[in-house]
Design a binder for this molecule. Structure first.
Ligand SMILES: Cc1cc2nc3c(=O)[nH]c(=O)nc-3n(C[C@H](O)[C@H](O)[C@H](O)COP(=O)(O)O)c2cc1C
Length: 517
């Protein structure tokens, strides 16, 4: 024994390194799972290491300012600086190729809109409520005028951490916006004072019976117990994975998640592609009406757009029967998700401008736009993009990933692994530790406020008081040379219906502002 210890103590550090490398080399040669390390023992590992840190290397060192997707460095930097109330200006002029295809230009007025001394925006530069009231046309018991045109899009507790959800909810309270729950039910973290839009999909999480079917009784109870729930959104599909259900693995179902979602512990839970509560378009409308009747709240639907036949059927049914959803959220194919197969995320459903344009035009042709609040989501969390969306007919913007970035997301793109380094999209308690909720909620509110202020400044530069006044002819999109650059109306072949608007003061005096009445 002593001679072995003697022998080991005589091995120098560099000999230990050689022994370790020899063991790795032998293991590489014996294994047959990884061809590269089998064929190139030891050095093959560098390939795997470099591959795994490739995104970070590109993000920090290699990619130029405008290169990355989904959000490039300039876009991320703008959200980060806005949320920290830092200088978010750029010096020396734009670094964008403003002649590039699809670049948009907003036509400014010769003389900008002038704010009188008694104008609500003179005192409050962030006051920017929605110009339409959800549920007003259909005479719902509790109509709702969102007090902010920018709001937090559907992201569940489960896909996001408890601390992230709490930060978002406290943040929307500070910014006067609403917080969409996403599919995971209403958690305690959604109950921190912000307005809430309760959202559910085919899994009916939080409002399901023991067999996984929709329970009206549970929804009624939820609305009764939580008066801050202002509207209900039925998800038909989302841009990143339309027509695709999901599996919540039994291993991820904690006691808390099981109670919030009303799902059993330890078993995989399926959310199928289809709803079990309705099968046809008339049944969908009657479902929406029944929820509105029972809860008194405005009810909307969320979808990504592809084929239009069923939408046409919906519009015809709404017109013939004088009922239907109070709002429609259109998600773009570029939308984000906690997890989706790339084949879906990359290829199924239309990008926002195409999908929204098709849908709005269809509802316009049927004379239905005035009764619907149109909400857009899909990388619209930037003032100029939002101005374009308003010109096309959107009344509100929902933001998901931009909101995540404002509370610390670094676009690591690992939401599906439970290893989010920023603690935003993970259930790992250790990773969540770094989230300082009061600070992050301030940051979301600051991002929203900066966004609204800049959107208003663009609106005033175009000669208007409120972004609802933007017309298709106010925005041009580059299709090539200037002679070929076309206004939105000539590009997408429709004109937006004018939104009835009697000044921001009238919005401020509205009894439904923020669901007050
Ligand atoms: C982490 C995460 C979770 C999401 N969860 C849902 C969801 O539960 N239901 C839904 O309809 N959309 C969900 N979405 C989609 C967003 O609500 C939004 O429609 C989409 O990301 C486009 O907005 P964005 O470009 O501002 O991110 C999720 C997105 C992300 C990033």
């Amino acid at each position: 024994m002593e001679s072995i210890l003697d022998f080991l103590s005589n091995i120098t550090w560099w000999m230990w390194i050689i022994i370790a490398l020899a063991i790795v080399a032998i293991r590489d040669i014996i294994q047959n799972k990884h061809t590269i390390s089998h064929n190139f023992p030891i050095v093959g590992h560098f390939r795997y290491m470099l591959e795994s840190i490739g995104p970070e290397l590109r993000q920090y060192l290699v990619a130029n300012n405008r290169e990355e997707l989904p959000f490039n460095r300039i876009e991320r930097g703008w959200v980060y600086a806005s949320s920290k109330n830092e200088n978010n200006y750029e010096g020396f002029g734009t670094d964008r190729d403003i002649y590039a295809h699809q670049h948009i230009f907003i036509n400014n007025a010769m003389l900008p809109y002038k704010l009188e001394d008694n104008h609500p925006n003179k005192k409050d530069k962030h006051f920017l409520p929605c110009a339409k009231v959800m549920g007003e046309y259909n005479k719902r018991k509790r109509p709702y005028r969102p007090a902010s045109v920018i709001n937090v899009s559907a992201m569940s507790f489960g896909s996001l951490s408890a601390k992230a959800v709490e930060s978002l909810n406290k943040g929307v309270k500070l910014a006067g916006a609403y917080h969409n729950t996403g599919e995971g039910g209403l958690s305690p973290y959604h109950k921190n004072g912000g307005d809430v839009v309760f959202h559910f999909g085919t899994g009916y999480f939080g409002v399901r019976d023991d067999d996984g079917n929709f329970s009206m009784e549970k929804l009624k109870q939820l609305v009764k117990e939580n008066p801050f729930v202002r509207a209900i959104e039925v998800k038909l599909s989302q841009g990143a994975k339309p027509g695709k259900g999901g599996v919540l693995p039994g291993s991820k179902i904690t006691k808390e998640i099981s109670e919030i979602r009303h799902v059993p512990m330890g078993e995989d839970v399926l959310s199928p592609p289809n709803h079990s509560a309705f099968n046809t378009i008339p049944e969908l409308v009657e479902f929406v009406e029944a929820i509105a009747q029972e809860t008194g709240l405005p009810v909307g639907i969320k979808a990504a757009i592809g084929k239009l036949e069923q939408w046409e059927e919906l519009a015809d049914y709404m017109k013939a029967n004088n009922k239907g959803p109070d709002f429609i959220t259109v998600d773009g194919g570029e939308g984000g998700t906690g997890a989706a197969p790339p084949s879906f995320a990359d290829h199924v459903s239309l990008p926002w401008v195409y999908g929204f344009g098709d849908l709005y035009k269809l509802f316009k042709d049927k004379g239905l736009t005035e009764r619907i609040v149109f909400i857009g989501s899909g990388k619209l969390g930037f003032p100029a993009k939002a101005a374009m969306a308003f010109a096309m007919g959107a009344d509100c913007i929902n933001v998901a990933r931009e909101a995540m970035m404002s509370i610390g997301c670094i676009q690591a793109q690992v939401c599906h692994t439970n290893r989010c380094p920023a603690g935003v999209a993970t259930q790992n308690k250790w990773l969540q530790r770094g989230i300082n909720v009061p600070l992050k909620s301030e940051r979301l509110a600051q991002y929203f406020n900066t966004f609204k202020k800049e959107l208003l400044e663009i609106t005033h530069a175009a000669g208007y008081e409120h972004p609802c006044q933007f017309k298709m002819t106010d925005v041009e999109v580059n299709v090539d040379d200037h002679n070929l650059s076309k206004e939105l109306d000539r590009t997408y072949n429709y004109n937006k219906v004018e939104v009835p608007f009697n000044g921001v003061q009238a919005l401020k005096d509205c009894m439904h502002l923020g669901g007050k009445a």
